[in-house]
Design a protein around this ligand. Structure first.
Ligand SMILES: C[S@@+](CC[C@H](N)C(=O)[O-])C[C@H]1O[C@@H](n2cnc3c(N)ncnc32)[C@H](O)[C@@H]1O
Length: 192
């Protein structure tokens, strides 16, 4: 289990991950796929909710989950200010029972935020929170760092972890925030 005290980091305004906008890769994905049926989306480790609002703006029924109360409070405030509808819940994604199963799960900077020793739990959680035949869209951060967060990973590692449970539909290098250009990989999976 990660030792990081996320709530303390929010209270100290120590949030280097906070970019003020959704993941550029998600923005481009949603713009490129207006044909997707609109369904439910889970965003675990949602932070202040930028990605949740991107899904909501695109017409999905989006819900954000985070274990830091300040993240949930900020998400609710920003969503109200944006005039959007989305729900947020205080939850430990790795250990809590999902309130329901989702059509989609979107990963962005939670996998790299947790301790690598929690990654088996993370994979089990994604399987638990996504409907059978549901979809899993992930933005992975391919950095070498061993002391994190963020903790690095490789394309080979994420493919090996998720392939037993999901069929890979597509992979690509997305547009990124300037300091992550060329370091991200998007994987679009369907639960098998
Ligand atoms: C690096 S931040 C990224 C936030 C957001 N995804 C973004 O990109 O702006 C990681 C977030 O995951 C949350 N988090 C860490 N472990 C979690 C867990 N087990 N369950 C739910 N949220 C978690 C933290 O509180 C924090 O908000």
């Amino acid at each position: 289990m990660t030792e990081t005290n996320w709530e303390a980091r929010y209270q100290a305004n120590d949030m280097p991950w906070e970019k003020g906008e959704p993941s550029p890769g998600l923005t481009d994905f949603l713009a490129a796929h207006p044909e997707l049926p609109r369904g439910t989306v889970c965003v675990p480790g949602c932070g202040t909710g930028h990605d949740v609002r991107a899904w909501a703006r695109a017409g999905f029924e989006a819900e954000g989950f985070d274990l830091a109360p300040s993240a949930i409070r900020l998400s609710i405030e920003k969503t109200k200010a944006a005039g959007l509808s989305a729900h947020y819940h205080l939850a430990d994604f790795l250990r809590d029972k999902p309130p329901r199963r989702f059509d989609w799960l979107f990963e962005h900077t939670l996998y790299c935020a947790i301790s690598p020793s929690d990654r088996d739990d993370y994979v089990r959680a994604v399987v638990r929170w996504v409907k059978p035949a549901g979809q899993f869209l992930a933005v992975h951060y391919l950095i070498p760092d061993k002391d994190g967060p963020p903790f690095g990973t490789t394309r080979e590692e994420v493919l090996a972890r998720f392939s037993p449970h999901f069929e890979l539909l597509e992979e690509w290098v997305p547009r990124s925030y300037p300091n992550r250009t060329g370091l991200e990989l998007m994987l679009w999976w369907r639960r098998s």
